[in-house]
Design a protein around this ligand. Sequence first.
Ligand SMILES: Nc1nc2c(c(=O)[nH]1)N[C@H]1C(S)=C(S)[C@@H](COP(=O)(O)OP(=O)(O)OC[C@H]3O[C@@H](n4cnc5c(=O)[nH]c(N)nc54)[C@H](O)[C@@H]3O)O[C@H]1N2
Ligand SMILES: Nc1nc2c(c(=O)[nH]1)N[C@H]1C(S)=C(S)[C@@H](COP(=O)(O)OP(=O)(O)OC[C@H]3O[C@@H](n4cnc5c(=O)[nH]c(N)nc54)[C@H](O)[C@@H]3O)O[C@H]1N2
Ligand code: SF4
Ligand SMILES: [Mo]
Length: 747
Amino acid sequence: MSKHVNRREFIRLAGLGAAGLTVANPILDWAKGEILTRDTLPGMYSKRTPTYCEVCFWKCAGWVHHNEKGEIWKITGNAEDPHCNGRFCPRGTGGVGMYYDEDRLKTPLIRTEERGKQVFREASWDEAFTYIAEKMEMIKEKWGPECMALFTHGSGGHYLGHMLQAYGSNNVAAPSYAQCRGPREVGFIGTFGEGVGSPERTDIRDSRCLVLIGSHIGENMHNGQVQEFSELVDKGGTVITVDPRFSTAASKSKYWLPIKPATDMALLLSWIHVLIYDELYDKKYVEKYAYGFDELKAHVKNFTPEWAYGITTIKPHVIRETAREMANASPAVIIHPGRHVTWYGDDTQRLRAVAILNALLGSWGRRGGFYNPVKPTVPKVKHPPYPKPKRDWREAFPDKYKLAGLALASGLCDATVPNVERDCAIKGWIVNGTNLIHTLPNQKNTLEAIQALELLVVIDTMPMEITGYADVILPECTYLERYDDLRVSAHREGSIALRVPAAEKKYNTRSAWEMARGLGIKLGLKDYFPFKTQAEELDWQLEQMGSSLAEMEKIGVKKFARPYDDLYPLEGLPDYEFWTNTGKIELYATQFAMEGYAPLPGYKAHEEPPYGFYRLIYGRAPMHTFSRTTNNPNLHDLMDENTVWVNPKVAKEWGLKNGQAIWLENQDGVISSSSIKVRVTERIRFDSVYMVHGFGHTNKKLTRSAGRGASDAELITRVHVDPEMGGTGMRGNFVTFRFEPAEEVIA
Ligand SMILES: Nc1nc2c(c(=O)[nH]1)N[C@H]1C(S)=C(S)[C@@H](COP(=O)(O)OP(=O)(O)OC[C@H]3O[C@@H](n4cnc5c(=O)[nH]c(N)nc54)[C@H](O)[C@@H]3O)O[C@H]1N2
Ligand SMILES: Nc1nc2c(c(=O)[nH]1)N[C@H]1C(S)=C(S)[C@@H](COP(=O)(O)OP(=O)(O)OC[C@H]3O[C@@H](n4cnc5c(=O)[nH]c(N)nc54)[C@H](O)[C@@H]3O)O[C@H]1N2
Ligand code: SF4
Ligand SMILES: [Mo]
């Protein structure tokens, strides 16, 4: 990176901002798991305000409790909320640390050049907005408004997206699509005509058999889902876990299938083979609802368990036995679609295989399988129509990713890298609530794109890596200091949840709503922002729904009864039309065929680790969310760095000891900038190593987390892109061990 002619040097924000307040951390009593109510804690607080959690995207609704002095004291779950049932996870409880973190961004900053050196200077909000608006006008004039893009993850994104659309661009992307669950949605839409959604529509609570394929519920702490999972375990439901690592979920499972990574497709195809050829599938359901059974049957003829054994290392009798377990529980069985599914580049096809298995088992639309969620409609604020963009990100990728339903964050990034074939290279980015340096694979590519930009605005709460490359940094207040968009939940029952400020804004920060409006006005788009305050806007919206801000402040969560009794629309096998071309469940995907993609999933071998290298796999830790929480004082106390899991056989070969600090080097010669401690454990296969994503910060302004542990993102330089929808497969990278750091430590 330092070899480039630098348009943007990475700046560490050194020496800026006042010293933080010293405030004691709130007590972390999550482990006890009790639900705190006014009755259990008489007189302990004087006030509570509603919120929903922003520590992860499960968005649990809760209460912020205040101490006698009116300060934020603790957060607990809202008992009425279907996402959390009154109980927050450790991260949600620790969310208070986001507010108290003294490393926070404190005031708008603008990049300037001083004595030949790039630095940030403090700026007023008005100055910052003027600067951004002028650049955006210039981009509009020179290249068209479509050359601005918004990357966003989190609740304020909606408002910024509105501002960008009013300006004239549709290029709005979240990393939760192409870096996360996009292939799952495309695979399921291609099969059932509907996606899985969030929260997942899996009826785990009522299931009798749950199959987890690299889905590590328990470490993946999506609250309500973990609660339903433990309910299923307590009731004696069968859990089958397919994971090269002995995960927490594996430890609760009847079967752990320690699959050779990157071979899941072979296992899925052989399960389909067994269900069909041993006649274990739900015949009535398939006859009534499915399209393309004969094609599927012929297609999987040779995918026997014996064939799959040679590929996956899972014994044929285990494949048969587990298929039988699923069939015995049918239709109350879930082959879980997972969530972060961008693994090997054939992910849409793998998720198609998962969808097909569910279809054969008759679980879609049935109790204990996949329920039919409902979602309340929130009225939209009235505004003039958006100008019609003349082009969007898709034009940069003619004939590619034809099944992508949403914009690709990685696509916007790629379309920014100068390329003669593209006439609309993206020229400006607004990045809100996403640390793209850690979030997008292939950091070199991301940095190349950044160097090509005319404008980079970063909206964040913390001095994360991405802020170091910004031209303008806009500090958002934390979720505890602002109103936000209503949380609209698609669930067994629809609900909305309200977030109100639990405290005055600290420092010179603002909410995304205020930023979108402020910037919009500077851009001459005042008519698009009819409300002066967000409270007024929310009150108006709530009134249309038969509620009010005042009512919601008291209850926090409002539920809406289902209009129809159709939670399990396929119970009793009524007539039913699916939203697919054929109106049926498409075992054979006609849309895929029409677009030139394989209509039936097939097996293709993936690259193996070179000699002396191990496949780099990664996942979640229960007490952290990506890179956003590793500096949070409360959560840092629970887990302050990550480790690399190494099989004892491998450790012996390399002479690695438990706790020893090493560096990792990948197949392209990239070396981790921080060291990472070894954890020698039987819980990982010999051909892979494992680490938790989100550690290894390089921005020294993150005083607790900088340099602690290694970052998987740094080592993911090779990306296997999903041809159907552009998902970025990240698990085709291999690492080896080093006993000393790189000679030149990159900033
Ligand atoms: N290598 C690797 N890459 C991955 C993954 C992985 O496991 N490994 N996981 C992928 C998945 S599944 C996902 S969903 C994505 C997640 O991607 P991101 O959402 O980008 O993840 P974070 O690293 O948590 O970055 C969040 C950023 O938002 C900021 N932030 C937190 N709260 C607020 C707020 O209230 N307002 C604003 N404006 N900013 C805020 C944080 O400080 C941080 O900079 O990453 C994907 N990328
Ligand atoms: N605590 C916490 N919980 C979270 C999050 C968080 O940041 N923190 N993030 C949330 C988000 S946005 C997402 S998308 C989800 C992600 O969570 P999930 O969708 O559950 O899991 P993945 O990240 O896809 O996969 C991680 C698991 O896959 C295994 N694995 C690796 N390679 C293979 C393979 O080739 N085959 C198989 N079968 N398994 C493999 C790993 O060992 C690990 O156990 O978690 C959510 N929950
Ligand atoms: S699962 Fe935990 S971190 Fe995520 S929203 Fe719920 S309480 Fe917050
Ligand atoms: Mo995700």
